[in-house]
Design a protein. Structure first.
Ligand SMILES: Nc1ncnc2c1ncn2[C@@H]1O[C@H](COP(=O)(O)OP(=O)(O)OP(=O)(O)O)[C@@H](O)[C@H]1O
Length: 248
């Protein structure tokens, strides 16, 4: 586990892939993250909700090592991978080359092929990114993240731009991949149902800190009509300032 930022203490104890204390991030005079404390255990699936502009992507970028301006104690696993809402594929490289990009070792191509097979794209290794559907492009992005065998996988609204059916199949795929590889996951999403169907724990970012936390101690696959999920959904929606249907 590597630690970073100007004011770091020691690396987090074993068993955690992320450990953050007192994280602060400002843009000019505006303090977006004012005091974030967060732990993610190895193999834990955590979802992060919050109003638009509350700082979810900012937090994810800090954990990804893409923001050198944050202050606080930040310990993150050495192997971190990110998948964004836009798959961010290099358009002039074929699918396989996109997944190989930046990989080291003589078996890099074989590993990339295996990762593409895992996400169901063995037949599309020679395709150009622009010929892929949104769901396929997102699966390439997942393969590119997973081939690095991350201890911490950061997902920034990876299903946000997909249609409802594709989103459901992506949920299944992510759970399946998580089950097989067991990275710690931080999923940033706007979708309360998505968070409840996938995560072990749902967090709400508010006023620059983690203001609420709901464990979701239910086996998967989960059904959205399960009474415990219905109750948790109501709690989270209220927390997010939305009145759940039928309770107004
Ligand atoms: N590079 C930047 N420069 C200035 N302000 C920024 C920068 N990055 C983010 N911000 C501001 O920080 C705040 C939090 O942004 P962030 O993207 O983290 O929010 P978010 O919770 O992910 O929002 P959304 O749900 O709408 O994607 C916003 O007000 C945004 O304008």
């Amino acid at each position: 586990m590597a630690t970073r930022t100007a004011r770091l203490t020691q690396a987090p104890p074993d068993g955690r892939v992320a450990s953050v204390r007192g994280l602060v991030r400002s843009f000019g005079d505006r303090r977006v993250l004012s005091n974030v404390d967060l732990d993610i255990a190895r193999g834990e699936f955590v979802a992060l909700l919050g109003a638009s502009g509350s700082g979810k992507s900012t937090l994810l970028r800090v954990l990804a090592g893409l923001d050198g301006e944050a202050r606080g104690e930040i310990g993150v696993d050495d192997a971190v991978a990110v998948s964004f809402q836009e798959p961010r594929l290099v358009p002039w490289k074929r699918v396989l080359a996109n997944v190989v990009l930046g990989l080291r070792g003589p078996d890099a191509t074989d590993r990339a092929r295996a990762a593409l097979a895992e996400v169901g794209l063995a037949e599309r290794v020679d395709a150009w990114p622009l010929t892929l559907s949104g769901g396929e492009a997102q699966r390439v992005s997942l393969a590119r993240a997973l081939v690095r065998e991350p201890g911490l996988l950061l997902l920034d609204e990876p299903f946000g731009a997909l249609d409802a059916l594709t989103r459901i199949s992506m949920h299944r795929l992510v759970l399946d991949l998580w089950d097989r590889h067991r990275p710690g996951i931080l999923l940033v999403t706007h979708d309360v149902d998505e968070a409840l169907l996938l995560a072990d724990r749902v967090l709400v970012l508010e006023s620059g800190r983690i203001a609420h936390e709901s464990p979701v101690p239910l086996p998967r696959p989960r059904h959205r009509d399960h009474p415990d999920l219905v109750a948790l959904r109501a709690v989270l929606l209220r927390r997010l300032g939305v009145t759940p249907e039928g309770t107004a």
